[in-house]
Design a protein around this ligand. Structure first.
Ligand code: SAM
Length: 196
């Protein structure tokens, strides 16, 4: 029998009207670290289909702002304090022009993941490139004191990238949420308080 990926969180997302089970990873991190606040300005990289936006915009409320970017279209309609942009985060002109009017942000999130090939080394290298680019964007887009949360697949690049993040933020945590599948090598680096 084929493995059923539709687990508890999949069904819960359907019931709670969330677009993806991924929301429970952010929800768990939010419960523990309170990174999202009313009135906050949040950048969400790799935002499609949009479950992190759903949770984030509820917390920031209309006095805040959420900007979501993805290669894929984000089809769900959101309230006016949410802006969605379709494009590639490696396209520097697109990112610069897209974010110019919304800077700076309090929080930069990245749940970006590459299309996986099944070859561990190749997949973790691609994930590391996405992480590195998200980190670069976060450094340009965040206010001093800002927060960065990003996914990375554990692999050879992980410790070096974590060390780079540590240089720029006052505190870092490595988080594996309950809602992250045990067999997945994804993990999140949470970095608090961007140094001046
Ligand atoms: C796991 S999904 C994100 C789920 C999202 N957090 C949610 O809650 O709905 C990862 C996303 O990263 C996006 N992505 C991967 N590479 C990207 C790139 N180069 N630029 C923009 N988005 C990218 C994919 O298109 C995919 O939608």
């Amino acid at each position: 029998m084929a493995f059923d990926f539709r687990d508890h969180y999949f069904h819960k997302a359907k019931k709670d009207n969330y677009l993806a089970r991924a929301v429970y990873k952010l929800e768990e991190i939010q419960k523990k670290y309170r990174i999202l606040r009313t009135g906050g300005r949040v950048l969400d990289l790799g935002a499609a289909p949009g479950s992190w936006i759903q949770l984030t915009e509820k917390i920031t409320g209309p006095s805040g702002l959420v900007v979501g970017i993805d290669l894929k279209p984000i089809e769900k309609g959101f309230p006016r304090h949410v802006v969605t942009l379709q494009g590639d985060i490696f396209d520097r002109d697109f990112v610069e022009a897209g974010l110019r009017d919304y800077l700076p942000f309090d929080v930069a999130l990245s749940d970006m993941a590459p299309s996986t090939s099944g070859v561990k080394v190749a997949d973790s290298a691609r994930s590391a490139l996405l992480f590195e680019r998200a980190f670069e964007i976060a450094l340009e887009a965040l206010k001093p004191g800002g927060t960065f949360l990003a996914k990375i697949f554990q692999g050879t690049e992980f410790h070096e990238l974590l060390a780079e993040v540590k240089k720029r933020f006052q505190q870092t945590r490595v988080v594996k949420p309950e809602a992250s599948r045990k067999q997945s090598r994804e993990i999140y680096i949470l970095a608090l308080n961007l140094k001046h």
